[in-house]
Design a protein around this ligand. Structure first.
Ligand code: ADP
Ligand code: MG
Ligand code: MG
Length: 195
């Protein structure tokens, strides 16, 4: 699919709204396997993104995503700031002139390069990878969000190999990764605006 600037803005505003609604749940997921701040981290970052767009909304979809990514990197201290920031920034830089699926692939590559996590390491990569693959296969944002949700659920029985949850080893088994759940919200927001 192709994305125009207005749809990109609506996407990130919708994501910010979902993060607001679900911040408590995201933070609760981070409690047993992390440091209880994932929802708060992402909420702080997405509030800053929405505020930045109120100051000045970029006029291409690529610039919208790039600005959102840079804002996340500079406002979120936790691992999720650089990771989601890199995802959006790299996707934004790859977007103009191309379609969203291939741009998101560039974003995913950036996340893997930065964080070193592969599918099966129980991180947000486990949700992001199948969602990007769904869009690359020509499936809808709805199906991409479903794929992300399946990927997020798949983290529950796994031993985390990256991020704070990896410090727990076997004790982390049975818990869903919070960052993966945030990726579900990102694609749920896309589904809402791309209808
Ligand atoms: P922090 O762990 O610094 O408190 P957050 O709680 O905001 O940061 O975000 C944690 C999430 O970041 C995890 O649930 C996981 O999805 C993701 N994450 C952490 N490290 C990595 C990594 N190396 N690669 C991919 N994702 C990671
Ligand atoms: Mg945390
Ligand atoms: Mg933290």
């Amino acid at each position: 699919m192709n994305l125009d600037a207005a749809t990109a803005l609506a996407w990130l505003r919708a994501f910010a709204g979902l993060v607001d609604e679900r911040a408590g749940e995201l933070t609760d997921l981070d409690r047993p396997i992390g440091d209880s701040d994932h929802g708060v981290n992402l909420q702080r970052g997405m509030h800053a993104v929405v505020a930045a767009f109120e100051q000045e909304a970029p006029d291409t979809a690529g610039a919208v995503l790039t600005k959102a990514g840079s804002t996340l990197v500079s406002t979120v201290g936790g691992a999720s700031g650089p990771l989601f920031g890199t995802l959006l920034r790299r996707t934004g830089k790859a977007l103009d002139g191309g379609d969203l699926a291939s741009a998101l692939r560039a974003g995913l590559d950036g996340v893997v390069k930065l964080g070193g996590a592969q599918v099966g390491d129980a991180t947000l990569v486990d949700a992001l990878t199948p969602a990007v693959e769904a869009l690359e296969a020509g499936r809808s944002p709805f199906e991409a969000a479903e794929a992300a949700a399946e990927g997020a659920a798949s983290t529950e029985p796994l031993v985390a190999r990256k991020g704070r949850a990896s410090y727990l080893g076997e004790r982390g088994v049975g818990h869903r990764d919070p960052g993966a759940e945030s990726v579900v919200l990102l694609f749920t927001a896309l589904e809402q605006v791309a209808a």
